[in-house]
Write a protein of this length. Structure first.
Length: 152
């Protein structure tokens, strides 16, 4: 049986060799509290930044869904801000919603969208559909062009 002191020295030597092999000892002094705070800040900033997805990473189905949702938000904002309306909605009535991917480029996935809407005023009721093109990327969906809604 080996002596305790020799055994500890051997284990210490193996541990040091293992550590050197994996790069945990690089000759630097132990980190101070300010170093820890700087490292934490760097880790936080790195995890807060989302990687940008290319248009190729956006599926046709996801692009269609996001473009329809964006057009609905557009309609809700336009109709919701129209002071002359008694009632309005974006549910299908005489028109139905549709979305079709028409182009893929470095700028994004271009989707042609038709989205129904309806409204009523004191004098009239209307059913219609907006037509628009949305460009969808991994990070955003923007309305590139389309029908302007001005019920008043």
């Amino acid at each position: 049986m080996s002596r305790p002191r020799t055994r500890r020295a051997l284990l210490s030597l193996r541990g040091t060799g293992l550590c050197l092999g994996s790069g945990c000892l690089d000759g630097r002094l132990p980190a101070s509290d300010s170093d820890d705070a700087a490292n934490e800040s760097t880790r936080t900033n790195a995890t807060a930044e989302r990687p940008t997805l290319s248009p190729a990473d956006v599926s046709d189905a996801a692009a269609r869904d996001r473009a329809l949702a964006a057009e609905e938000e557009f309609l809700e904002a336009e109709l919701g801000n129209a002071s002359c309306l008694n009632d309005w909605g974006t549910t299908p009535s005489t028109a139905s919603e549709s979305a079709e991917v028409v182009e893929r480029s470095a700028e994004g996935v271009t989707v042609s969208v038709t989205h129904p809407y309806w409204f009523s005023t004191d004098d009239a009721e209307a059913d219609g559909a907006s037509n628009a093109f949305h460009v969808v990327t991994g990070d955003e969906t923007r309305r590139a062009s389309g029908t302007e809604i001005d019920p008043c």
